[in-house]
Ligand binder design. Structure first.
Ligand SMILES: Nc1ncnc2c1ncn2[C@@H]1O[C@H](COP(=O)(O)OP(=O)(O)OP(=O)(O)O)[C@@H](O)[C@H]1O
Ligand SMILES: [Mg+2]
Length: 334
């Protein structure tokens, strides 16, 4: 059986339509007007135990709304959510015991307490056996480098320090499923690295199922095997990350170190298939569609204009592919 089963999930928000100013306010008091916004529109997916899934999409696509329904914080307008045999919004307490969640910059730690005391409270709340708690604490302290933070008050920690503690707190009770909604927002590269490594290590060791929402696509590149992409509440891709890249990543970026340039580079091909991104006397950077052109075509053409000394080829990463999808340059199948 799947760990998370979502069927035809819909969430509609009722938004009040108030006119501006005092008059608008009074009018609304007597004749309230509302419109509906469908934030999540008929989404279905199924996630097996131990999967690492990246849940991605533009701002406002409906990611957090979905996560809130999965955690039981929000009740779906229609459709079904089942997490490890539990309907989250019907059995919130039972569900809370089996999940962990991080929501961006909100903290679940006690502001005035030292970190270690927050952890001790979590141990009590979740009834974590002492041995399990101590083993986790030791391991998490090591991977997330928490040693010097444990005695500090939560309110005195920097954003990155707090998030490392937050992540540790989330995994302390060995949850079956963890939802991470933008856990790396605002963090420096090294802290991001630590958090990514931590998620991967714990997933490997404990088969924790993880749904990760983020706008830093390096998080997804490094942590997730599967991607669910949503756009305006609708699911537009669900499948392996590599298949996504093969399906949508049609471009290759090639950089050449050159000399003796004779004139500017042009190719007789359509704009969509070939583009010069940068060009100087010493460098040329081009992007081309590798369904239509080969690297040999490009090398031959460029060597008509100059001498090539060196070259570097790179496939399009997730970030470039998504940029094209968000801009509407790529048509996807729904
Ligand atoms: N409580 C609410 N009341 C009314 N509308 C809401 C509420 N929460 C979210 N929305 C709307 O629902 C849509 C989806 O919002 P959601 O927060 O799920 O997006 P998101 O994908 O998490 O975006 P982001 O990347 O910016 O975090 C947006 O249009 C948002 O304005
Ligand atoms: Mg969000």
């Amino acid at each position: 059986m799947a760990m998370i089963e979502v069927k035809n999930l819909v969430k509609t928000y009722k938004i009040s339509e108030k006119e501006h100013g005092m008059i608008g306010y009074v009018k609304h008091l007597f004749h309230p007007k509302y419109k509906e916004l469908t934030a999540v529109n008929d989404i279905s997916f199924s996630i097996q135990e131990g999967e690492l899934v990246g849940y991605i999409g533009e701002n406002g696509a409906g990611k957090s709304t979905t996560i809130k329904m999965l955690t039981g914080l929000l009740t779906p307008t229609s459709g079904e959510v089942i997490v490890n045999r539990i309907v989250p919004n019907e059995k919130r307490l039972e569900n809370n015991r089996q999940i962990g969640a991080v929501f961006g910059q909100k903290t679940q730690l006690w502001w005035d307490l030292p970190v270690i005391e927050s952890f001790a409270l979590i141990k009590k709340l979740y009834d974590i056996p002492t041995r399990e708690y101590e083993a986790n604490l030791k391991k998490f302290t090591e991977i997330l480098d928490l040693e010097e933070l444990l005695e500090k008050q939560v309110k005195s920690l920097s954003l990155g320090q707090k998030m490392r503690c937050e992540i540790a707190a989330t995994f302390l009770h060995n949850p079956k499923v963890v939802y991470l909604d933008e856990p790396t927002i605002g963090l420096d590269i090294l802290v991001k690295e630590k958090i990514r490594k931590f998620i991967k290590d714990i997933n490997q060791e404990k088969k924790t199922t993880v749904i990760l929402t983020t706008h830093d696509l390096k998080d997804i590149e490094e942590v997730c095997d599967r991607i669910i992409l949503i756009d305006k509440g609708k699911m537009i891709y669900d499948g392996p990350k590599e298949a996504f890249k093969n399906q949508y990543g049609k471009h290759i970026v090639a950089e050449f170190v050159i000399q003796n340039k004779m004139k500017n580079i042009t190719l007789e091909t359509s704009d969509e298939d070939f583009e010069v991104i940068e060009e100087s006397e010493k460098n040329v950077k081009v992007k081309f569609n590798h369904d239509k052109l080969t690297i040999m075509d490009i090398v031959k053409s460029i060597s008509n204009y100059c001498e090539i000394l060196d070259m570097h080829i790179q496939e399009e990463g997730l970030e470039e592919i998504l940029k094209e999808i968000y801009r509407g340059d790529v048509i996807y199948d729904t």
